[in-house]
Design a protein around this ligand. Structure first.
Ligand SMILES: Nc1ncnc2c1ncn2[C@@H]1O[C@H](COP(=O)(O)OP(=O)(O)OP(=O)(O)O)[C@@H](O)[C@H]1O
Ligand SMILES: [Mg+2]
Length: 693
């Protein structure tokens, strides 16, 4: 048979990988070297040339999106690939369990529990413990499952907490009794079944003759065991990965899977791909010299015959507003879909969303909701809506018992009956004396919080009102626990809400215009979704496997990136791998932005450029803007000058001096309060003449 056309564009190593079968195959190669392309082509080759039945091929990807893309790609290479199974590990596990539910003791229509469901379940096994305290255990149980450890196993590598084995057992018994599963079970139960039920194992070994895994560096121990269980005496196993791109260790990804592969699968053939097809010489050089600073790596060389291309650009900007404006301006010269804007934390999307919405630039956020659609943000908005209007029943229902303060449905109904469509806060106060126990304390706290917030709103800056609301309502703690359980970034979004309000001054009108602007932004969203031409806004983690002609990596500042997700020590090697993944998404143009200041909880904070910027070879970059704020040639304020500050009102400068290169002033306001500012960084301060007072 004539060899298919799709083999012709491959380089010799790729061709070798595509056409190899019969012994296990490990493809170990850097970014953009064609690993995913090799898997896709290999699927076509096995079907068309090697005589595999498409139904006997299983390809495992990291995300559902990647599965869909791989399926499309395979279909476009050859119609003979129809019937190949392409899934994520979890969706494969679910498929296996659905078909063999009876063997696993499950209902065939079993439900898959997420972290929230798991917490509710664990809580139901406990008499006295608070839900909040149990979240830690949900997280530990899920981690144990990443390592394929059951309640009866030694769990000390997960945690030395003496309660863990007991709670895990209770949890699992209850879950099993109901016949449902959680995410970890989607991998663990198939592993166990295939181990215990010989007939099933034989059936699977007969069905799947070739198993391939993409992004293997991010698989965990349980997934490794599943792969092992699927590999029968004549199953063809092929995995591809890059240890430099292992960025999910905090979720149990086990890089040893890739390092030990050859030992676990006897007779493994290792193929390295060294030619990069994705990026310009410049981009590749930048990425390679950055990752060379990591110690824990096998080390590999990558080269490209692509042109050197333009230099990378490092741009120093004043703050996140200027950063968003800068990106918006840049977008004009290419198709929107050519550019991706990357950030380390989810919350950073807001500045871009606001500017893009106002300028009518279409964007999509990959892998997460738009800022104002996020749960924690909607919680805060509901609190704010209720401060500004205590008739708002929808807002009230959302927040009255979130976080839990012992106000159940009965109490809620009594409040609603009492209010009869009128003021809900007064209704709460009215029924308070008739309540007892936990709900009385909970409701009293709720009412008190709102009375304080309403009072505060009269005079304090809106940002401070929101900050107090977030802390005193318990929302911060509530979402912080969620972050710990699910490695989300909800608290950063809460913080970003405070930052967003920093421009709005004070007083009830400030709140009204803040809410109104958000409403407008939200209504603008939907119309643009249709056009098909978007800028991509995306976290660094979510970019795995993707590529874009132009990549802008934003927030290149210490503490933000490298960052720590709030809970752990900064792991520089892991952060550097995240940086490597980000850099290698770019095909032609690479831009890195760094702000000199940024809001942290509504206060302007001076930032330092990320230490990673120093790892980029100087001859590969062009620098725009000043790394340090420009030195003031001289003082611009003198004592006696009048100023107006959005939050504090009018005042007089009492002192001005240079602190290092920057001007610093002390202002005494009419209210009697004094404050110190760097005028250069203070958006809310302007000079006024005393006559204007
Ligand atoms: N032999 C080749 N000829 C032309 N283009 C190629 C070749 N091999 C790969 N490419 C192209 O190079 C780009 C990178 O390939 P691919 O996405 O498969 O790399 P990868 O190794 O999976 O990258 P990552 O590590 O980021 O997942 C793609 O656009 C792909 O089509
Ligand atoms: Mg890939």
């Amino acid at each position: 048979m004539r060899s298919p056309d799709y083999l012709e564009s491959l380089n010799p190593q790729q061709l070798e990988a595509v056409t190899h079968y019969g012994t296990p195959l490990l493809i170990l190669a850097g970014a953009g070297s064609g690993k995913t392309r090799v898997i896709t082509t290999r699927i076509a080759y096995l079907c068309d040339v090697a005589g595999f039945d498409p139904r006997s091929i299983l390809a495992v990807t990291f995300t559902n999106k990647a599965s869909r893309e791989m399926a499309e790609r395979a279909a476009s290479l050859s119609p003979g690939t129809r019937g190949v199974m392409i899934r994520t590990f979890h969706s494969f596990g679910a498929w296996l369990l659905r078909r063999n539910a009876h063997l696993a003791g499950l209902k065939s229509g079993f439900t898959i529990y997420d972290d929230d469901d798991s917490l509710t379940l664990l809580h139901s096994t406990q008499d006295s413990r608070k839900k909040q305290d149990l979240k830690r255990y949900v997280r530990m149980i899920s981690r144990a499952k990443d390592y394929a450890l059951g309640p009866e196993d030694d769990l000390t590598t997960i945690s030395s907490d003496p309660e863990l084995p007991r709670l895990y057992r209770l949890y699992q018994e209850r879950l099993d009794r109901m016949g449902n599963v959680d995410f970890g079970d989607l991998i663990m139960k198939p592993v166990r079944l295939l181990g215990e039920v010989e007939e099933l194992r034989r059936r699977f070994h007969q069905r799947f003759k070739a198993v391939m895994v993409d992004e293997y560096q991010d698989s965990n121990v349980a997934q490794f065991k599943l792969l092992k269980a699927l590999s029968g005496p004549d199953t063809d196993i092929c995995v591809v990965g890059d240890e430099d791109q292992s960025i999910y260790r905090f979720r149990g990804a086990e890089v040893q899977n890739i390092l030990n592969f050859s030992r676990e699968f006897k007779g493994t053939r290792v193929i390295r791909l060294e030619e990069n097809y994705r990026s310009t010489g410049t981009i590749l050089a930048v990425a390679s010299s950055v990752i060379a600073n990591n110690q824990e790596r096998l080390g590999k060389t990558l080269w490209t015959r692509n042109p050197e291309g333009v230099r990378a650009r490092i741009v120093y900007l004043r703050d996140h507003d200027e950063e968003a404006e800068y990106c918006a301006r840049l977008l004009g010269d290419r198709r929107y879909s050519d550019t991706a804007i990357l950030y380390r934390t989810n919350a950073q999307s807001l500045a871009f969303e606001s500017v893009f919405l106002r300028r009518g630039i279409p964007y999509r956020i990959v892998g997460s909701l738009r800022f104002y659609e996020r749960e924690e943000v909607k919680d805060v908005l509901a609190f704010l809506a209720f401060i500004s209007n205590s008739l708002d029943e929808v807002a009230f229902r959302r927040i009255v018992n979130k976080p839990a303060r012992g106000i159940g449905n009965t109490t809620l109904q009594r409040i609603l009956d009492q209010a009869e469509g009128d003021d809900l806060l007064s209704a709460c106060e009215a029924i308070l004396p008739s309540l007892g126990g936990r709900s009385a304390a909970g409701l009293a706290g709720f009412v008190d919080l709102f009375r304080r917030l309403q009072q505060m709103l009269e005079s304090a800056p809106l940002a401070e009102v929101i900050e107090l609301l977030i802390r005193d309502s318990g929302l911060y703690e509530y979402h912080q626990k969620q972050d710990e359980v699910a490695a989300t970034q909800k608290t950063s979004n809460l913080e970003e809400m405070v930052n967003a309000a920093a421009d709005y001054g004070r007083g009830p009108e400030a709140l009204v215009s803040f809410l109104e602007d958000i409403e407008l932004d939200r209504s603008r969203m939907t119309a643009e979704e249709e056009s098909g031409e978007y800028v991509t806004l995306i976290t660094m983690h979510n970019t795995k496997g993707l590529e874009f002609p132009r990549v802008i990596i934003t927030g290149m500042e210490e503490e933000l990136f490298p960052g720590n997700n709030g809970f752990r020590e900064v792991d520089y090697e892991e952060e550097r791998r995240i940086f490597y993944v980000s850099l290698t998404r770019a095909r032609e143009e690479l831009i890195l932005t760094s702000c000199r200041s940024r809001f942290i909880w509504g206060r302007r904070n001076l930032q330092s450029p990320s230490c990673f910027l120093r790892e980029i070879p100087q001859e590969r970059v062009e620098v725009e803007g000043d790394e340090k704020p420009a030195a003031s040639a001289a003082l611009t304020y003198s004592p006696g000058d009048g100023v107006y500050h959005d939050a504090y009102g009018t005042g007089v400068v009492v002192k001005s001096w240079l602190n290092g290169e920057r001007e610093l002033i002390i202002v005494r306001f009419e209210t009697g309060r004094s404050a110190t500012f760097y005028p250069e960084f203070e958006n809310h301060l302007e000079r006024v003449y005393i006559d204007e007072f």
